[in-house]
Design a protein around this ligand. Sequence first.
Ligand SMILES: [Zn+2]
Length: 85
Amino acid sequence: MPIYSLMTGPDFIVDIDGLRKPEPAPAVPNARPWLAVHWRCCHVYNRIYRNRDGSAYEGRCPSCGRPVRATIGAGGTDKRFFEAG
Ligand SMILES: [Zn+2]
């Protein structure tokens, strides 16, 4: 009699069920594309993030709230660093 035939009972099935893996962790929450911005108005730096429809990067100066919008697409730029304000 092969030894593995001893492992086919109900207890073995329960053990396998206990090995079920947990749900995979969600993706990194801040994986949205971003640009670094130098705000000339207040001499500070921060990041602006791509908007929901992916047409532009949008954000505000963290100090004075001045808005900026960097369009994505033809005629745009592939720079990763902007000046605004
Ligand atoms: Zn500012």
